[in-house]
Design a protein around this ligand. Structure first.
Ligand code: PFF
Length: 451
């Protein structure tokens, strides 16, 4: 982001919340949450996901906001101006940049599936044949070569045009009222799912933890999902924090963002799992789950084609506000650290995602047998970024803000330079100094089998 836009400020509190929610709410809530919950035991995953959102997510979110707003810089600059002389904390920004590119690559594939489903809904191809085997239909589509590739490219190009033409603000304005519309739609679908015959079983699966299912995999996945869903640990929220006005209340904004984001994920779970059990599907289908279940819901709904078109359209927009926010991280880096022009930086960002995204798009078809550590390229990118790079970034930022930054800086950020009161400073400091760094480290060590 240029120096000029760096200093721009959201005019209102609603503006700040709407934009951070725009980044947070996306495929992570509607596609990734149900599939991760489904493959990690449902309730057991849910329990830790919610716990991690509040004991790790909210504090790390506050840390990113404070560091961004207090310095008015991007991730590198923010560390640079606050770190003790001679230290190299800003290098942590590198993992953020790497993560943002990996995420953009696989995220665009899923957004591409959404585009295919949007056109399928509009043309009626998706909802016209209730007896169709949706599992097979999706497998055939995602396992092909050209269609997944082309939709990934179409989505990446749209993202590129939006970034290049600087119409980000326009998109954000549109999404400010379309995100609430998506929310209303989700509530309607939720009510519909609650009337299904499998509702009880679905809700039990999602909300009743089976403690025997808790293991290191579940903990790591729940932590990764918390970070992914809140766009945390890679400098995205830090950059957005740099736009906050001096009056924005950091903690309140963090709690509101996390609360709304979590609500959308839960709504999505309540839509999907009753349908999974009603239609006799498997909750642990993985990344394809939502794309198999949603059409069966729409097929059984009056005016299914209209609902389905509207839903996939809103989901594309929600994905776009998320990809814009993650693209900005590497673009800002290319511009400010490597002195590239913004246009060149945007081309580089999109080109890398084009190549890597294509590998991800083919991971369900021609490249499905090409695995690294037993994972396809798509799964590897998803796993490494969400479960390793983002929590690692969160570990660094919480430790940095908790221990390395002048406590006057934190005091000023929390109280808006003494204008407001802040009753949670003590609790937040404990979370940043101890709970987050130790919690994240323990989960990493547990995954490695060391403890
Ligand atoms: N939080 C977004 C979602 O849930 O869809 C994904 C995301 C956006 C991750 C931006 C990381 C990021 F920087």
């Amino acid at each position: 982001m240029s120096e000029k836009t760096q200093r721009a400020v959201f005019a209102t509190r609603i503006g700040a919340v709407a934009t951070t929610v725009g980044s947070a709410v996306g495929l992570g809530n509607i596609w990734r949450f149900p599939y991760e919950a489904g493959t990690h035991g449902g309730g057991a995953f849910m329990l830790f996901y919610i716990l991690f959102i509040f004991i790790l997510g909210v504090p790390v979110l506050c840390a990113e906001y404070m560091l961004g707003r207090g310095t008015r810089k991007n991730v590198f600059g923010a560390y640079r101006v606050t770190q003790p002389k001679g230290s190299q904390w800003h290098l942590a920004g590198v993992t953020g940049i790497l993560a943002s590119i990996l995420i953009l690559s696989f995220y665009s594939v899923v957004a591409g599936w959404t585009v295919e489903y949007f056109f399928g809904s509009v043309s009626g191809a998706l909802t016209n044949n209730p007896s169709q085997d949706l599992h097979e239909r999706f497998a055939e589509f995602s396992g092909g070569t050209w269609r997944p590739l082309i939709w990934t490219w179409v989505f990446l190009l749209t993202n590129f045009v939006v970034l290049l033409r600087g119409v980000t603000k326009g998109i954000e304005k549109v999404s400010n009222f379309l995100t609430p519309m998506l929310f209303v739609l989700l509530v309607i679908f939720c009510i519909n799912s609650l009337t299904m015959s499998g509702a009880k079983e679905g809700l039990e699966f999602l909300f009743r933890p089976d403690f025997s299912k808790i293991d290191s995999k579940v903990l790591l996945a729940a932590m990764g999902q918390a970070f992914f869903s809140l766009s945390l640990g890679l400098g995205c929220m830090l950059t957005y924090g740099s736009y906050f006005s001096p009056r924005t209340r950091v903690v309140r904004t963090a709690v509101t963002t996390a609360g709304l984001d979590t609500l959308v994920a839960i709504l999505s779970g309540v839509i999907i799992f009753p349908a999974v059990f009603t239609f006799g599907m498997s909750p642990s289908a993985g990344p394809t789950l939502v794309f198999e279940v949603l059409p069966s819901i729409f097929n059984n709904l009056a005016l299914g084609r209209v609902w389905s078109s509207l839903f996939f359209f809103l989901l594309i927009l929600a994905s776009l506000t998320s990809t814009i926010s993650m693209s900005e991280i590497s673009i800002a880096f290319f511009v400010e650290q490597l002195n590239m022009k913004r246009t060149t930086a945007t081309i580089v960002n999109t080109s890398i995602a084009f190549v890597l995204g294509s590998l991800c798009a083919l991971s369900f078809g021609p490249l499905s047998d090409f695995t690294i550590f037993g994972m396809t390229v798509f799964n590897l990118f998803d796993y490494v970024s969400s479960n390793i790079l983002l929590p690692f970034g969160g570990l660094v930022v919480s430790f940095f803000v908790g221990w390395k930054i002048n406590s006057k800086f934190i005091e000023n950020e929390l109280t808006n330079h003494g204008q407001d009161s802040c009753h949670v400073k003590g609790a937040l400091t404990i979370c940043l100094r101890y709970v987050a760094p130790i919690g994240i480290s323990l989960i990493f060590l547990n995954t490695l089998g060391i403890i």
